[in-house]
Design a binder for this molecule. Structure first.
Ligand code: UP5
Ligand code: MG
Length: 195
């Protein structure tokens, strides 16, 4: 594994802002590897015999941030595994969401190139998540958990985006429009930066 050969874009935004949806489109057009920290945590939670499964479940249900050692370990394994297969461009979705994670990841794994930040109102995100909750089976797609997720985003995760903004890395995109319109803004912004 060689960090200098790896490109990482962090994809951030509140719960239901459309991170996963937009990443899927970027994967098909640009060939990024999409790693969702939330998906990796849910997969670990469901692994039979996982020592941290129960802990992850409780954190997710409460909308709290799982201790960084666990998440960074899962991300590092996934990055190295893909790197060994020749994949070197990554979208890291929903991570980092706390300052300590941002610092550790960039020290231990690789510096991010840029940060795609999706912003819209909580009302829009709430409606999307409640709609998805009818079929998603996600233990955090209910009003009580969603409120806690919003709170954690505002108090703990947004300051990380501000830090990246001070470093000039943030590409902010309004995500309240239909999927394809949001995506065309994403593509325009990436082109502007020759990504
Ligand atoms: N949808 C999407 N875009 C739309 C659009 N433009 N117009 C209309 N509808 C749109 O989209 C959500 C829903 O909206 C979908 O039904 C979609 O069709 C529709 P999605 O693309 O899934 O949004 P996303 O931003 O990915 O929402 P998600 O719920 O995944 O965001 P979260 O950040 O809340 O969830 P995540 O999986 O990243 O994390 C879950 C939990 O894991 C966290 O709360 C935390 O407890 C834990 N976690 C950590 O502890 N550490 C980490 O590093 C990461 C996660
Ligand atoms: Mg997601």
């Amino acid at each position: 594994y060689s960090p200098s050969e790896v490109d990482v874009i962090f994809v951030l935004g509140g719960p239901g802002s459309g991170k996963g949806t937009q990443c899927a489109k970027l994967v098909s057009q640009y060939g990024f590897v999409h790693l969702s920290a939330g998906d990796l945590l849910r997969a670990e939670q469901n692994k039979p015999g996982s020592e941290v499964g129960e802990l992850i479940k409780n954190y997710i249900k409460e909308g709290l941030i799982v201790p960084q050692e666990i998440t960074i370990g899962l991300l590092k394994d996934a990055i190295v595994e893909n790197f060994n297969k020749g994949n070197k461009k990554f979208l890291i979705d929903g991570f980092p969401r706390k300052m300590d994670q941002a610092v550790s990841f960039e020290q231990l794994i690789v510096q991010s190139k840029s940060v795609l930040y999706f912003e819209c109102t909580e009302k829009i995100m709430l409606d999307r998540l409640l709609e998805r909750g009818k079929t998603s089976g996600r233990i955090d797609d209910n009003v009580e958990s969603i409120k806690k997720r919003f709170r954690t985003f505002t108090d703990t995760s947004y300051p990380v985006i501000e830090k990246f903004n001070e470093e000039g890395k943030v590409i902010k995109v309004f995500c309240g429009d239909p999927v394809d319109k949001v995506y065309s803004h994403v593509v325009d912004e990436l082109k502007k930066r020759s990504i």
